[in-house]
Design a protein around this ligand. Structure first.
Ligand SMILES: *Cc1c(COP(=O)(O)O)cnc(C)c1O
Length: 389
């Protein structure tokens, strides 16, 4: 697997060298249990406390408000179900149609258990109708969950404004910030956000570690019954190497965010312009004014995203298609569908997501390869043939 050109960083990222180096000793020399009475274990507890401070520094919150979980999905599930469990009389959740499955599938399962779920729609740019969101909140509403940045299009929602509106109504607010953390600056201290999810493997820490920010005073049920770990909210011996890695990854994100954003954004714009200039009948999806700096979602009319991906793969280029073709149903992405992207274009959408490891040479290589790929696929496309008849 040499010569991989990795432009699928919204799916997962490589572990940073500094992160790997920081976590390795916790497998071998520093393997003590942080709950042990001896100092061999106790010193590990101190290292966990330090990692918690590193995460808190990136989020702009108090270390006590940082709870380690196993992934973004666990953080989302716990936030939603944990809040509901504390107010059994309230039976409604408000969310959006473009959430990650970690939130959407959780809400839909709750719907099967008698909860009512309101999913707010978006416009053609992927922007939320905030007035509609306000209207949907009623006395029966326990929780509003809205993602900070969309994983497919990179569209960034005005989360602080939304949270403010929700708090005024006295309702708990959760945001899935898995794609936002490390890419846009956050400061939770003075924000109206109650709960926020993040995931290590989306920010150059390994898979298997996540965080849920729980504002002090927010009532939330126990994640997992067991020992006193994570202030008794999530029992189970800590994933120490993962926690150390998460702390280091947050420290690095804070150090590099600004300069990375300038460089990565310039590369993303170069890639996007290069593709638009070489391929006819394609357009960018998402809110051009409020978008993650690393993400570009492009629809290529009349061809299947999967076919483009397969041909990119021959050159070692990793990207992702908007359509989730699991079970072979070739359903276009629920996000693009919610945005009203026409069927033929939603099927041919590709997401390129860059990182601090992306180089200009890689971007230029993708631009060089994509034109001929798209032309060849269009020559074979039944849609194009029909349109011309
Ligand atoms: C990846 C992702 C998740 C899930 O995180 P895991 O750590 O893989 O469980 C949730 N929400 C968004 C927006 C994501 O991009």
């Amino acid at each position: 697997m040499n010569n991989v050109i990795y432009m699928d960083n919204n799916a997962t990222t490589r572990v940073a060298d500094e992160v790997l180096e920081a976590m390795l000793p916790y497998f071998t020399q520093r393997y003590g249990n942080p709950s042990s009475m001896h100092s061999f274990g106790g010193s590990v507890a101190r290292d966990i406390a330090r990692a918690r401070e590193q995460v808190a520094a990136l989020l702009g919150c108090h270390p006590e408000e940082v709870l380690f979980t196993s992934c973004g999905t666990e953080s989302d599930n716990t936030a939603i179900k944990g809040v509901l469990s504390m107010m059994p009389e309230k039976r409604k959740i408000v969310t959006t149609r473009v959430e990650h499955p970690a939130v959407l599938a959780t809400c839909r399962d709750l719907e099967r258990h008698g909860y009512s779920v309101s999913e707010i729609g978006v416009d053609r740019q992927g922007c939320l109708d905030i007035d509609e969101l306000g209207f949907r909140i009623d006395d029966n509403t326990a929780l509003v969950s809205v993602m900070w940045a969309n994983n497919e299009t990179g569209t960034v929602f005005p989360i602080e404004q939304i949270a403010e509106l929700v708090k005024v109504r006295g309702v708990v607010f959760h945001t899935d910030a898995v794609q936002a953390v490390g890419k846009i600056p956050l400061n939770l201290k003075d924000s109206p956000i109650d709960l926020l999810s993040l995931s290590g493997h989306k920010l150059h820490a390994p898979k298997g570690i996540g965080v849920l920010f729980v504002r002090r005073g927010t009532r939330i049920g126990t994640f997992m019954h067991g020992g006193h770990q994570e202030s008794g909210r999530r029992g189970g011996t800590e994933n120490v190497p993962g926690i150390i890695a998460m702390g280091k990854a947050c420290e690095l994100a804070m150090r590099y965010m600004e300069e990375e954003n300038i460089r990565v954004k310039a590369l993303r714009d170069r890639l996007e312009q290069g593709i638009l200039n070489t391929c006819p009948d394609c357009f960018v999806n998402g809110d051009m004014d409020n978008r993650l700096p690393n993400t570009s979602n492009i629809s290529f009319e009349y061809i299947e995203g999967e076919s483009i991906l397969m041909m990119l793969d021959k050159f070692g280029i990793c990207a992702s298609s908007g359509s989730a073709c699991t079970s072979g149903s070739l359903e276009p992405s629920h996000v693009l569908r919610a945005m009203g992207v026409p069927f033929t274009a939603a099927h041919g959408s590709i997401r390129f997501s860059l990182s601090r490891y992306t180089t200009r040479q890689e971007v230029d290589f993708v631009i060089e390869k994509i034109g001929p790929i798209v032309n060849r696929l269009r020559d074979l496309s039944p849609f194009v043939a029909k349109a011309e008849k």
